[in-house]
Design a protein around this ligand. Sequence first.
Ligand code: AMP
Ligand code: MG
Length: 394
Amino acid sequence: MADEPLNIAQAQAVIAGRSSLLPAETRPIDEALGLVLAEQVIASGDVPSCANSAMDGFAVQAGEAGRTLTVIGESRAGQPADVAVGAGEAIRISTGAVMPEGADAVAPIELADDQGESVRLLEEFESGRNVRLAGEDLRAGDAVLAPGRVLGPAGLGIAVAAGRAELQCVRRARVAVVATGDELREPGAELAPGELHNSNLTTLQALVRAGGGEVVLASHVGDDADATARCLAAALEQADVVVCSGGVSVGPHDHVKGALTELGVEQHFWRVALRPGRPTWFGSRGAKLVFGLPGNPVSAMVTFLLFVAPALRAIEGRPQQPTTSVKLGEPIARHSGRDECVRVRLEGGEAFATGPQGSHILSSMTLADALAVIPRGEGSLAAGSQIELLPLQP
Ligand code: AMP
Ligand code: MG
């Protein structure tokens, strides 16, 4: 049937087909954690730059045990000795300090009898013992990090070791979050009958940040066509991705779809054969992606995790999360026409539903360890069935 709603994978494929990589920008290295590298990092010099000591002790010439050597100077980290080591001589040396000329081994403190002016070596030391060579970690000109890599602590550190202070990275997605609804009030506000606190604006911003995006606008707009259009126009102006909650159903007070059409956003789908989250809307204007998520708090979270989070990964160049699977610990009733994202807790390697699964029951989410996809069908899915799991971390 032509107007059959897409399934989850089909909807994700439509979104992936509209997701293009964001431009790269130069970032100070301390602001690049979690970003995707957009260039090749080459070592500017050898690391370590010179041969240096792996131990605190005495830089000496290789030789037999029992030698007593005259201590002629010191090589400290950052302050090399200015004399060379001859036979019968030693230089006091710290870990990481430059090996003095003439020396080719280090006798650690523990294997030396330190007498101040002289030192007696308790063991034989062969050439190279306790010496780290120049370039042992990186050689000048080595390719250290490749484009496409997600920058973690070690990657940032090695880029610094390679001589860099800034890196070309794919920029973070700029995301506008808009919550619609006349009934919504600020966190902490007194509620009149029929009103509720605007939890989605907080949850969705948190999901954007946890999912690697930058929130550039967070607005609440009432159920008014003009106000909705103005708000979404501002969102489209500033953001790469607009995430809207509520107002995407067919009621007389649902203005999001109309406003987006008026603003030149092309609709790619509306409705997914999914529970919760059926009225999910997706469109784009140029490279900008627009998501109209349903207003119920669980629906908004589930559809963010299923559709917005992978889009943020795609446009920021980050890999998608691997899918995992688990056994059901109890039978779960199936929906005949829609795949269901059931909130589950994991216990002993099996998944159990977190109690009532209504799309307004946000506690079903807070009790959960993951989302389980229960494919549509008749009757129940039996305990022991293998099901797909989605992480709650975007
Ligand atoms: P809607 O998709 O606009 O029809 O909203 C569906 C239901 O979700 C509403 O009746 C509200 O109970 C709830 N809802 C909508 N927006 C929010 C929000 N921002 N925060 C919490 N609940 C919401
Ligand atoms: Mg509404």
